[in-house]
Write a protein that binds this ligand. Structure first.
Ligand code: FES
Length: 94
């Protein structure tokens, strides 16, 4: 049985105004990392944070997804049309 290393592009999400391709089965974090987005939020002291554990433990990857705060990018399947914002803060863009 053969297997594609790269799945098919099923659509795009929008991360802070930037279109990001989504491959079938991707998490938000995987989609962002593939696109070169390494920072998903800032710490209280302003330091950049991004995917770290990638298994839902560290909470460094928190984003806002369609207006819902504090979503773990590494544990959430990406879907086309999703609006994602860095910081895990409220989606101000509507
Ligand atoms: S990278 Fe650790 S919870 Fe997502």
């Amino acid at each position: 049985m053969s297997r594609n290393r790269e799945g098919a592009i099923i659509g795009q999400l929008v991360f802070d105004g930037r279109d990001i391709d989504i491959l079938e089965g991707d998490t938000l974090g995987a989609s962002l990392m593939r696109a070169g987005v390494l920072m998903t939020r800032r710490s209280r002291s302003g330091e950049p944070r991004g995917l770290y554990c990638a298994i839902g433990v560290c909470h460094d990857c928190l984003v806002s997804l369609d207006g819902v705060r504090n979503v773990r990018a590494c544990m959430t399947i990406a879907r086309p049309g999703a609006k994602v914002h860095a910081g895990g803060t409220r989606d101000e863009s509507g």
